[in-house]
Design a protein around this ligand. Structure first.
Ligand SMILES: [Zn+2]
Length: 124
């Protein structure tokens, strides 16, 4: 292949620089990762940790909300509401929230699938 002065079909060495299998992690820009990956292992585990903390906080808030509702419900019915009653209410609330979370965890993928089908049918 001869080099053509007008530039057609010329292969230049520059393109070879882009055939690297690695790139810097777009999140921390310190570690390098495979081209197919989105973030490095360090950032991935960090993200998972943040997710777990967020879920735990959400769980705590839900338990607290249910506890306050159950507590009022107990007062309205004249049930004992001492420290023991409160502990019992909290335990029941934690169980309820945990059960609700398990149900959502189980049904959410199905709900998403139904939603996706519904959107598809709407678009025709
Ligand atoms: Zn990273």
């Amino acid at each position: 292949m001869g080099i053509q002065v007008d530039g057609n079909n010329n292969r230049v060495a520059g393109r070879d620089y882009y055939e690297n299998k690695i790139k810097p992690c777009p999140r921390c820009e310190i570690r390098v990762i495979d081209r197919e990956k989105n973030v490095c292992n360090h950032c991935y585990s960090e993200e998972r940790g943040m997710e777990a903390k967020g879920l735990l906080a959400l769980f705590g808030i839900c338990v607290w909300l249910v506890t306050s509702q159950l507590h009022e419900w107990r007062i309205e019915r004249g049930l004992p509401v001492g420290i023991e009653g409160l502990m019992e209410t909290m335990a029941i609330s934690a169980g309820l929230v945990f059960g609700a979370a398990a149900l959502i965890w189980f049904f959410l993928p199905i709900a998403f699938e139904i939603l996706a089908e519904w959107l598809k049918s709407r678009r025709g």
